[in-house]
Design a protein around this ligand. Structure first.
Ligand code: C2E
Ligand code: MG
Ligand code: MG
Ligand code: MG
Length: 280
């Protein structure tokens, strides 16, 4: 009967909730020591100029390997690290590591190599953010224009003046500012006018629809045209098939990123893949 069903539903939910909470507490406990224990690693996913097929840089993507938990997705642990503020220290580690690594590759490749780093909303509350970034790039003598900061709408939602000032400041230093996951939020178009963006990254949900839905193609086409008229470059993320790439090329999308072109890789694998060292 319905009363029993109701009770079952209720107990089902509490069990699920208690499992989620247990998992969360377990992750938080391990995450607290992850940085110190060297469990965090930066992976690199290549980005290409779609017109010339040239490698132009990479996005730094964090990975967490823990002996008890296995590999935990950043989709799962980044929100936890944001919640308890650990993302500030973790974020510094990503910035420093990625900047040093990219500079090494830049020097070896002997041509510009851009590195894109994701920044969380919480990192903008850290008043040392800008001075830290300045110091990291100065330490390795990296041109500011080779560092790209990817932020999502979440960073702008607060509408805080400090965020606006920080972005303006970073932009004036010559860093590149990219809007990540474009199209998934609410008022992204408005943000494009209000903040100093150089790059727009079309969310992969639009790209995966590209080859099978005509409206999706029209939408992507419009986003690219609009971005170009605003003076922004466009990156398509999540390119998995050749037909998606062809469509994007046809629409004059500037930069491509996705499993078709290269998965996120540990730095050693990335070097082999680029041909900076011999594959043994
Ligand atoms: P994101 O910044 O939008 O990164 C793109 C995500 O798409 C990455 O997932 C990447 O591995 C995945 N991806 C790339 N190409 C393809 C493809 O062709 N197909 C599919 N299905 N996926 C593709 P990942 O590495 O799991 O990261 C997830 C999210 O976690 C990132 O989304 C970003 O929001 C966050 N994240 C990762 N590393 C960091 C970090 O160092 N700091 C911060 N604050 N956030 C990070
Ligand atoms: Mg990103
Ligand atoms: Mg994205
Ligand atoms: Mg994302």
């Amino acid at each position: 009967n319905s009363k029993q069903q109701g009770r079952n539903t209720y107990s089902f939910f509490t069990e699920k909730m208690s499992q989620d909470l247990t998992r969360r507490l377990l992750l938080e406990e391990h995450l607290r020591h992850a940085l110190r224990l060297g469990e965090l690693e930066v992976y690199y996913q290549p980005q290409f100029n779609i017109e010339t097929n040239e490698l132009i840089g990479a996005e730094a993507l964090l990975r967490w390997h823990n002996s008890a938990l296995g590999s935990v997705s950043p989709e799962e642990f980044i929100p936890l690290a944001e919640n308890n503020g650990e993302i500030v220290e973790i974020g510094k580690f990503v910035l420093k590591t990625a900047i040093e690594q990219a500079t090494e590759w830049f020097n070896k490749l002997d041509k510009p190599f851009k590195i894109a780093v994701n920044l969380s909303p919480r990192q903008f509350k850290d008043r040392n953010l800008i001075s830290d970034i300045k110091r990291y790039i100065a330490q390795v003598d990296m041109p500011a224009s080779l560092l790209e900061l990817e932020i999502t709408e979440g960073v702008l939602l607060s509408g805080e003046d400090s965020v606006r000032k920080a972005l303006k400041n970073l932009h004036q230093l010559g860093l590149i500012i990219a809007m990540d996951d474009f199209g998934t939020g609410y008022s992204s178009l408005n943000y494009l006018r209000q903040y100093p963006f150089d790059i727009l990254k079309i969310d992969q949900s639009f790209i995966s629809d590209l080859s099978n839905k005509a409206e999706a193609s029209e939408l992507v086409n419009s986003i690219i045209t609009m971005s170009h008229s605003l003076g922004l470059k466009v990156i398509a993320e999540g390119i998995e098939t050749l037909s998606q790439l062809k469509i994007l090329e046809h629409y004059r999308c500037d930069i491509g990123q996705g499993f078709l072109l290269g998965k996120p890789m540990p730095s050693k694998d990335f070097e082999h893949w680029v041909g900076l060292t011999d594959i043994k």
